[in-house]
Design a protein around this ligand. Structure first.
Ligand SMILES: [Zn+2]
Length: 467
């Protein structure tokens, strides 16, 4: 995306103007607009209320220049307003957009690009792409570049989620990770032999029923000026590239969008997409357990017992509770890295959507400051998180009959018992678990996000790492 600055509002075919109920008359009375503009919007009953917008012809300007449409957006939130501008440009197939009366450059650029996102690789009909954004204000190229970097990272995560499972499987996911290697990012991929020698038992078990072999991906970002005081964080992502449920087979309808079960790995890879450009002053490890959970002759079975690399044993009671089995491997490795804190991201439980709906990510942690940090970062970038408890009280639900643990805890508190299961594989590290089962994938448009992968939490994590 080409982003530039100009004090001339008439350089692009679509001009988006942000107003609210308090400033609408002042903004629309500015000299570049038609003297009749205030009267037109008043007659159309447009008052600048949150979430409303109106499209007018170029006659809304004194000198229309290149402008074909004027989009007046009501509201006080620049984030969703810029997203609406980007989304409208996409719907109209417009190549250039100006933003007028927007003040936060990073947010405006990022959300315009996110609103404009398309996933049309497999569609023959396409409209023209947005190629340039002009901010009608003084130059602030640094903020514009940062906004572009963040949006591209989140859109990369969306691309990964949207890709059909026949195109995105553990090996190809690992290839995308290898593509993120740079001066400051190293990437290592473990194949089956290495998974065996490293006792990554959960990843091997889940991946066993698929002709696509599992992988473990380790990305490592090192800041240029690393010292012994540099903080270290581990990000872990669930990378189930397709979840048929294994022998505990899902019904067809529940399987339809199960390519999105690698949404947690997309968060981690989205974050790494931006690290080379943003250069945050913190060391970051990204660990992804990638496997395809299929129903086949060699699938892992109910009653199987897995012995993990931290010595704990897990009896399988449902092969569709596979994400936690793969994450457990990653959390063991992550715990060995001596990080200041570790956060995992996973489309882990349907129970999470039952508990807090499709637009909230559930957060769990053994440290209140990590919860505060996640909440503050999510707030700052307009994402939604909600803390759920992690009580020892429910640990008995996970007690195995023939082993230390079983891999499901029964019907009640399903997201909490899943989080408690993960906690068994975290040692001596501050840790948070983010269940993104709701927001990771949209069945229909929400705010300025089109249906499909959303890249939820990428912005929050980048904010957390680089603020
Ligand atoms: Zn599953």
């Amino acid at each position: 995306m080409n982003v530039q600055f100009s004090l001339d509002a008439s350089t692009q075919p679509l001009l988006a103007i942000l107003v609210n109920e308090d400033n609408i008359n002042d903004v629309l009375s500015e000299p570049c607009f038609s003297k009749d503009l205030v009267q037109w919007v008043t007659e159309a009953d447009f008052t600048g209320k949150d979430g409303t917008n109106i499209v007018l012809p170029s006659a809304a300007l004194q000198n229309s220049g290149n402008v074909k449409f004027v989009l007046i957006i009501g509201g006080t939130d620049e984030r969703t307003a810029a997203g609406t501008a980007g989304y409208t440009a996409k719907e109209k197939g417009i190549a250039g957009l100006s933003l007028y009366n927007f003040t936060n450059v990073e947010v405006s650029v990022a959300q315009t690009i996110l609103g404009n996102y398309r996933w049309e690789k497999y569609q023959n009909k396409t409209k023209g792409n947005l190629e340039s954004i002009t901010l009608v204000m003084e130059d602030n190229a640094t903020a514009a570049t940062r906004g572009t970097t963040i949006a591209n990272a989140r859109n990369f995560a969306r691309d990964l989620v949207n890709m059909p499972a026949d195109d995105l499987y553990p090996e190809s996911l690992a290839d995308f990770a290898l593509g993120l290697g740079s001066d400051s990012v190293e990437v290592e991929v473990w194949g089956v032999e290495k998974l065996k020698s490293e006792n990554m038992i959960g990843t091997l078990a889940v991946g066993r029923g698929s002709s696509r072999e599992p992988r473990f991906i380790h990305m490592h970002y090192t800041p240029t000026n690393k010292t012994e005081n540099t903080n270290k964080v581990v990000l872990v992502g669930k990378g189930i590239t397709f979840d048929a449920g294994g022998l505990s087979l899902k019904p067809s309808a529940g399987m339809q969008t199960m390519r999105c079960d690698m949404g947690g790995s997309a968060v981690v890879m989205g974050v790494f997409h931006a690290l080379q450009a943003l250069q945050p002053d913190i060391e970051v490890h990204g660990l992804i357990g990638a496997a395809e959970n299929m129903c086949a002759a060699d699938s892992f079975k109910l009653g199987d017992i897995l012995t993990y690399r931290n010595g704990k044993t897990v009896e399988i009671h449902n092969t569709d509770a596979e994400g936690r089995l793969v994450l457990a491997d990653c959390l063991c490795v992550g715990s060995e890295l001596g990080a200041d804190y570790m956060i995992d991201f996973a489309t882990l439980t349907g129970a999470c959507i039952v508990a807090i709906g499709e637009h909230y990510n559930a957060i769990f942690s053994n440290e209140s400051d990590l919860i505060d940090s996640l909440e503050n970062s999510a707030d700052a970038v307009g994402e939604r998180v909600w803390q759920l408890p992690l009580p020892n009280l429910y640990k008995k639900k996970l007690k195995g009959t023939w082993s230390d643990l079983k891999n499901i805890g029964g019907r009640s508190a399903g997201s909490i018992t899943a989080a408690l299961f993960l906690s068994e594989f975290v040692s001596d590290t501050k840790w948070a678990h983010v269940d993104i089962a709701g927001p990771a994938f949209l069945d229909s448009k929400f705010e300025h996000f089109q249906p499909g992968g959303t890249g939820t939490m990428v912005e929050s994590v980048l904010h957390m790492l680089s603020k």
